[in-house]
Design a protein around this ligand. Sequence first.
Ligand SMILES: C[S@@+](CC[C@H](N)C(=O)[O-])C[C@H]1O[C@@H](n2cnc3c(N)ncnc32)[C@H](O)[C@@H]1O
Length: 557
Amino acid sequence: MDSYLKLNNICLQDSNDIIKGRSIKATALLKKGTVVITSQPLGTVALPQTINEYCNYCFRKQTSPSLQRCSQCKKAYFCDMSCFQNAWLSYHQFICAKPTKNREAADELDAEMLEKVALNVSRYRKRSNKEQPQPKDKNDETVNVTMETFFTLMGHDDSQPKHVKEKFKQLASEVLTKPFIQQTGLASEELIHYLNIFKSNNFAIDDKDMFAIGEGTYPIAALFNHSCRPNAVVMFEGAYASIHAIEDIEPGQEVTISYVDSAHSRTYRQKALRDKYFFDCQCVRCNDASNDKNYFSLIDTLLGQEENDWDRAQELLQNQAKSDRILQEVEEWDLLRMCKQYDRKSDGCPDPTKPLNIVNYTHYFIQFFAPYLLTWNQPELHRNQTMASTSSLNDFDDPLPSLAKPAVQSTYDSIMKTAIDKMLSYPTDSTNIIPYRLTTLSTCTRLFYDEMANGNWMNSVKLGMYVLIQYCLIYPPYHPMLAQHFLMLAKACWNSIIQSELLQNERQLEKVYQRGVRRWIMSSKETIAVAFGKSSSLWRETLELEWIFLREQKLKE
Ligand SMILES: C[S@@+](CC[C@H](N)C(=O)[O-])C[C@H]1O[C@@H](n2cnc3c(N)ncnc32)[C@H](O)[C@@H]1O
């Protein structure tokens, strides 16, 4: 394992903390966008809700021709004969059966994962007396590397609550009734230990839209520790995982990923991390601001702690009255007038004596965040839009940060700090909807998707701009959630142009949307290249959108 990590410019260091265990550190500069390491699955299971949309073996989405269902179990779907045969040889011949009656869905997944991993452990042990080849290059994760890494993972076996211990014991004994598991020679204690490992090491497998479609045991990816402000992310291409750096990571610096969505309150995140991973998070966002420079901890001051459980946010989502109030605000939102008021060259600033509403909040703070946040270290991208290229969008049509109003500092830290201080300087009024709270974000995110689904593109652009500010606060600048949101905003703006043409709206408004498409395509290119990589389908989708947009613009000239 050490030699494989070394080939990837990282190493494993003991933290001398029994709970924390080991940490992955960079041994060379890992520039943002670098694939730090790839990780092979030792076992994967498909989620029941998407079982007929993604291949059970390679986890790719098949649209045409549709997936083929296993005629025996009628439960698993495969791309084609090749995926079916691979799955059959690897695991499906053993587990091709109906689900066990009276078992909860989560337990069913744990049992299936346990059976697959047990099969792989047994195969590995049978041949491990033969010489194991050493990794030859950075992508050569040998079976030896995967298996030996798996055996070192932490299970926190003794810390599990009693009901979990009992459940795992029961699951292991049920799995042990199957002859093919008995043949592995694995004892009940070992199977229970694997179940414990799954709990604090497994990953949700996401599709390209970041929706969970499965779960997987990825021993190499499981070596990375958590931070609520991570410098790397886990990305999936089918069933394969890879860790992408989303910031430049200096030699000696720890490489971290986030185990929970950063768009949860601090209380929620800390509880989830304690319950599932048994540690108290001490990251920059969770530590109280002991010095002025740590603005990260202020993010949670803005988001609010009242939502200590996501379920409460869900409840608020159901709150129709709040939803209706926001939608009314969105309907009355005059995008053109607000764009003029908050033009980058005039110093639009909401009245400092009044609480912020969603509209003012969005127009004022979008100037801080987009696109400066992404390009603060690339001033060349801020040239004026005088020589538009016909093959790609090259420039943001914004003044240099130093010329912009409000004055946007040219470092990422000062942009963030200035914006957060400014947000906190406005008075709050309990009768008003506080724009920066998580509850408002939850409602607006849902409305954003609803308005897109209903084809109300102009409303979705406004809501999407608001959501963008919240994402800029919550996620690091090259996070996949931001990357994907930029692309959605570009599409929403484009559809608004078409809609405004149909409605024969003002030409000026069309220009606002055109500028939006340009800006969001550029921002999505910047972020998708880093977060998803240039071989991803999302990158191809963005290039295609850019190409069509430029062609349409030319035709209109
Ligand atoms: C997926 S493993 C990460 C690798 C682990 N450090 C190891 O040595 O195998 C998850 C476990 O690592 C530890 N861990 C991860 N991130 C941590 C953090 N930020 N602070 C303390 N412990 C952490 C916890 O024990 C957690 O259950």
